[in-house]
Ligand binder design. Structure first.
Ligand code: DMJ
Length: 630
């Protein structure tokens, strides 16, 4: 560096003054750094951190507007590399009578140190969480204070009338039976094979194990099966290994594992569930590395490589798969304080909102490369179903602030009504499938969830359509009940038709099976809560009796190959969704409405309850102060 000589000052004198100034400045800056740093070691540094750290770094995302992504202009540096650019490697207020549950809740209370453990191997998402200030870290206590009701209701949801209580106890016994057999013969595997009395692993979860355990956590907990719940929790702590290296369905891992872990956390406050959910969520991110950000259906959880299902036309992604991530991913952002999860699903939302839709309908196949529809096949059943479900549930879960989700849901409903909803000659209302304008008069068992969906969406529709939606929901649920009532076993087929004289019956041999699916019972549960018409509880009880008669075997429950024959042939599989959904919906059907009240909870598509996010309460200083002072 060259110094120009100042007039009247000798070179050595100038050098002396400069070095004095330099030393003084150095001293001054050291002092400032020390003072600033000291603030962070003061006992009440939390508030000071809040003042000094930039708001933009930690600002929570507001659910629902297109601007969500733009609300994070200054993302913390360490989170930048998580923007999908690098592949991933790798009390509740309830006063429970059950002593074991109280123990668990006390355990939850002990989690009040909100700093996540740091280890040498701490993941980037954990780092993002642990480096946030405590006001930005998710507080389970604060969350509990934002619930309107105790999650388990006044008396664990015990119904006043004896018959319902007896029925509820029966469902609990079924759960215990299914669980005990899984535990005895298939512990740690994904599903129980009840005839051969062994476990099944399959290839849906990319080498992850224990699908039935993760899917059962919340069901066991709400039923008060605490010994079983504690075994499940222990397994998650000691044996749930997320470092698998297989090919997983992004959708299935999300709805069962991420959804199951999230619910378990929100019900119990056990940090292990939250940490595992976030860790797993991070492993799913590379699936979004496509030109459009629409994820591919299959991902290798180890390498992060992803691809489309071989059977999906022209390398396309499936609407019901990439459209069924929203609820879980929004919660991953809530819990980790990492915006990336929400950004990913908001991007999907934006693309779907913008793209031209044939007759306002959403086809089932979309190219993750071009962002265009690949085929014009539309269905409210398989391949499409839970996309619509997640629109209305996103709106409800956002405390009714997610206006885009609301608009998209009701516009989709208009298009569905105009193009797919049909009345059979016998007067049954059903949802047909649409193939480029041609109707296929078939309804899948999967499509029977739509009775419940239309029911929960009725209240927020246009005032003149509310009753209409409730009526439509009741009609669809009635049709689905007919598909059960018209079979020999009183269980419904995989798909039923309304052509060639058929009315809610399967006409093809290949459509006659029942694999313990929940959708019809799910709609009974929603319709019961919305109308309190006793027929829904009666229909649920019919299903219990049929399950007991035809699906219960010596060592668990099994699907059956033909619902139209009394001498049933079993498929030797106790699906994990039987424990997660079918039995949970039955239990809720016979419980009081305040067990997992709709005022506080929405259910993901695998029946895992996720809380409504009340931003204003969760981020209200008063809620926090109250929490801190107690
Ligand atoms: C479950 O895994 C979920 O309900 C999913 O949305 C559809 N299929 C099964 C149950 O039938």
């Amino acid at each position: 560096m060259v110094f120009r000589k100042l007039p009247g000052v000798s070179a050595s004198g100038m050098g002396l003054r400069l070095s004095q100034k330099f030393v003084f400045l150095l001293f001054l800056s050291g002092l400032v750094t020390l003072c600033f740093g000291a603030l962070f070691f003061l006992p009440d540094s939390v508030r000071l951190k809040r003042i000094f750290l930039s708001k933009t770094e930690v600002q929570p995302v507001t659910v629902g507007s297109e601007n969500d992504v733009r609300e994070h202009p200054k993302r913390p540096k360490e989170q930048e590399h998580l923007r999908g650019l690098t592949p991933a490697k790798g009390e509740t207020g309830t006063k429970s009578k059950s002593p074991n549950r109280e123990e668990t809740e006390a355990g939850g209370k002990a989690q009040e140190d909100l700093t996540l453990p740091r280890s040498k191997t701490e993941s980037a998402s954990q780092k993002a969480t642990s480096t946030g200030t405590s006001s930005d870290t998710f507080s389970f206590k604060r969350f509990q204070r934002c619930l309107l009701k105790p999650p388990l209701g006044r008396d664990d949801g015990r119904p006043a009338d004896p018959q319902s209580n007896e029925r509820r106890e029966k469902v609990k016994e079924m759960m215990k039976f299914a669980w005990d057999n899984y535990k005895g013969y298939a512990w740690g595997k994904n599903e129980l094979r009840p005839l051969t009395k062994n476990g099944h692993i399959g290839n849906m979860f990319g080498g992850l194990r224990g699908a039935s355990i993760i899917d059962s956590l919340d069901t066991l907990y709400i039923m008060g099966l605490m010994e079983e719940y504690n075994d499940a929790k222990e397994w998650v702590k000691t044996s749930l290994d997320l470092n698998s290296n297989g090919e997983a369905s992004l959708f299935e891992v999300n709805i069962r594992y991420v959804g199951g872990l999230l619910s378990a956390y929100y019900l119990t406050g056990e940090e292990v569930f939250k940490n595992k959910a976030v860790e797993l969520g991070e492993k799913l991110l590379p699936a979004f590395n496509t030109p459009t950000g629409i994820p591919r259906g299959v991902i290798n959880l180890g390498s992060g490589t992803s691809w489309s299902w071989g059977w999906a036309s022209a390398g396309s992604s499936i609407l019901a798969e990439f459209g069924t991530l929203h609820l879980e991913f929004v919660h991953l952002t809530e819990l980790s304080n990492n915006p990336i999860y929400k950004e990913k699903v908001m991007n999907i939302r934006k693309l779907l909102n913008k793209i031209e839709k044939p007759h306002g309908l959403y086809p089932n196949f979309l190219s993750p490369v071009s962002g265009n529809w690949v085929q014009h096949h539309v269905s409210i059943g398989g391949l499409g179903d839970s996309f619509y479900e997640y629109l209305i549930k996103s709106y409800l879960m956002s405390d009714k602030t997610d206006e885009d989700a609301k608009t998209m849901y009701y516009s989709a409903m208009e298009a569905i009504e105009a193009n797919l909803v049909q009345k059979s000659p016998g007067g049954l209302t059903y949802m047909a499938e649409w193939r480029g304008g041609i109707l296929d008069h078939k309804m899948g068992h999967l499509a029977c969830f739509s009775g419940g969906m239309i029911g929960i969406g009725a209240d927020d529709g246009a005032p003149e359509k509310r009753q209409h939606y409730l009526d439509l929901a009741a009609e669809i649920t009635h049709t689905c009940h007919e598909s059960y009532a018209r079979s020999t076993t009183k269980l419904g087929p995989e798909a039923f038709r309304f052509d060639s004289g058929a009315e809610a019956t399967a006409t093809r041999l290949s459509d006659r099976y029942y694999i313990l699916r929940p959708e019809v019972i799910e709609s009974y549960m929603y319709m019961w809560r919305l109308t309190h018409d006793p027929k829904y509880r009666d229909w649920g009880w019919e299903a219990v009796e049929a399950l007991e008669q035809h699906c219960r075997v010596e060592s668990g429950f099994s699907g059956i190959r033909d619902v139209y024959t009394m001498t049933v042939s079993h498929d030797n599989m106790q699906q994990s969704f039987f424990l997660s959904e079918t039995l949970k919906y039955l239990y809720l059907l016979f419980s009081d409405d305040d067990l997992l009240s709709f005022e506080d909870w929405v259910f993901n598509t695998e029946a895992h309850p996720l809380p409504i996010i009340r931003k204003s309460c969760l981020h209200d200083e008063a809620t926090e102060e109250k929490t801190v002072s107690e």
